[in-house]
Design a protein around this ligand. Structure first.
Ligand SMILES: [Zn+2]
Ligand SMILES: [Zn+2]
Length: 311
């Protein structure tokens, strides 16, 4: 006789919640419901696949200069158009390839991308996720089978957002301290006009202190359900790729503030801008054209068409 799995049947809640619970059960029947597999390997596969696929699309646009009609949405026109292989290699490694043929350069570039993944993602984030779950998470996290109410998911996401904004601002500003900057954060600022994959082009210390920990504070304190955590980390990946992409595309979040940070270094430290507003670290940004362009676009006109460099 096989094991009997206890599948929660949501009889309370809205029709949408009942529907989502049924679909979630169907998914887990196929994928399996082992919490360790889902929280560690499932989560990492989901988040990293988005990072490389969507980031790859942005980088492809930079490398090929295609499609041409999207060029007008560049935040710094003329820069990275097209991006050079030398710049791409800089994202992935610090070796020199001038004497190699373009074919081998591309192969080594891909290998070096994997190297970056191994160092910052696999060698740091994976052990943190694995030990974080087995030392603490598995004793406290909610049952993966039972979806929380939608109101709980939204509440948890808002708290994660607030904690991330506050903690990321503190760590990012600390990394800009003159005694620390050149040892850690300088690597990320090698790009005054970033491309999407620069989002993870950081020193390992920065990857832990300023990327992983601020992003994980909310889910850890709240003991978020797996689905909430996946939504949260997926949103973070998209946010980070967009703000480093160099494209201010219609309907998507504006990258102007973080693009300005890479351009000027000492303005706009916080990811959402609230902490910068509170501490006055966006004063010059607010007086610039970049601030006037810093809004979501709902038409086909680019931010530079709406707010030109010359009045
Ligand atoms: Zn950045
Ligand atoms: Zn910085």
């Amino acid at each position: 006789m096989g094991n009997i799995t206890c599948i929660p049947e949501r009889r309370n809640g809205s029709g949408l919640e009942v529907f989502l619970q049924q679909k979630w059960n169907d998914f887990l029947d196929v994928a399996g419901d082992d919490p360790a597999n889902l929280h560690v390997w499932g989560m990492l596969a989901c988040v990293y696949s988005q990072y490389w696929l969507i980031g790859g699309l942005y980088v492809f646009m930079d490398v090929r200069g295609w499609p041409r009609f999207l060029r007008k949405y560049k935040t710094q026109p003329g820069v990275n158009e097209p991006i050079s292989w030398a710049d791409l290699q800089r994202v992935s490694c610090r070796l020199k390839f001038e004497r190699m043929s373009p074919y081998y350069t591309r192969i080594i570039f891909i290998i070096q991308i994997l190297k970056t993944v191994l160092i910052n993602q696999a060698l740091l984030t994976v052990p943190m996720a694995y030990f974080g779950f087995h030392l603490a998470g598995k004793h406290t996290l909610p049952d993966v089978r039972a979806l929380p109410p939608l109101t709980t998911i939204i509440h948890d996401l808002i708290i994660c957002l607030v904690l991330w904004e506050a903690t990321n601002y503190c760590t990012h500003r600390t990394l800009h301290h003159r005694l620390i900057y050149r040892f850690v954060h300088k690597r990320h600022h090698e790009f005054t006009a970033p491309i999407a994959w620069v989002a993870s082009y950081v020193h390992p210390v920065e990857h832990i202190v300023s990327d992983t920990i601020p992003a994980s504070v909310g889910p850890a304190l709240l003991n978020c359900h797996l689905v909430t955590a996946v939504l949260w980390f997926s949103w973070l990946v998209h946010h980070s790729l967009i703000t480093h992409s160099g494209y201010h595309l219609p309907l998507l979040k504006s990258p102007e503030a973080h693009d300005y940070h890479h351009l000027k270094f000492t303005q706009c430290y916080s990811p959402l801008g609230v902490m910068d507003w509170l501490f006055g670290t966006d004063d010059r940004f607010r007086q610039s054209k970049h601030a006037k362009r810093d809004r979501r676009l709902f038409g086909t006109k680019s931010a530079r068409e709406l707010v030109p460099d010359k009045d």
